[in-house]
Design a protein around this ligand. Sequence first.
Ligand SMILES: [Fe+2]
Length: 268
Amino acid sequence: MRLLFASDFHGTHAFFEQFAALGKRLKPDVLLLGGDLFSNAAPVEDGPASQRRAAEGWFREWCEAAPAPVYWIAGNHEWRSVTDPPAGAGTYAGERVVPLGDWDLVGFSFCSPTPYWLLDHERPEESPNRHEPRFRCYASEAGVPAPVEDAEAWLAARPTLASLLRALPSPRDWRRTVFMAHNPPFDTGLDLRYGDRPVGSTDILQFILARKPAVSLHGHIHEAPLLTGSPMHLVGSTVGFNAGRARDRLRALSIDPEHPADFRLHAD
Ligand SMILES: [Fe+2]
């Protein structure tokens, strides 16, 4: 089983094209995308519909032409409107178990609170590790965006990341499972921000330490692998990855989950 993983394209079509071209060359078994795939540059009022049109349009066409099956999750830049994608738009793996041959993929799209304005995929932590100020936020209900004046109250009324993680369906064997969550685990090197500040999720860290998937894949903090010098960091016995994002060139990881330490970083 050969995985080709990248994340955080944020609607940049050149990255999708380069990722497909790399897949054509390397011939992996699957392409994995770890969230924050779509642009949300559209006006907020059109945000959910705009991303939905992207999922039904160019993204579906890209998946259908891709050199291997595409599996993906959402991130905190996605509205919920994309998480029941139309047929052909790859396989949405958020909050479900998807078999990849004799391996399983478990996906998780929810994130701990950020300073960003979109709340759809944010949930509170059972064990919060920081508190950042927020201004006006937005969330959608049935595809309709609405302003949220009090983000903390909105979050407090929702289930914690830990409870959502506990509710995930179980794979056949965590030792032969790839866990893909947009949000990296806290203070692991996968979540380092500028200023030497870890900003990952404590709940996701505890979940990985308890379940011990063979491999975990993350995005969200674009600069982490650039700051630590490596896209790979151990999370207990799990081999964790964050490919990162550079401004003008694709960063992708080729990983055999049987031998994850032998990964290849493609950054050209
Ligand atoms: Fe993100």
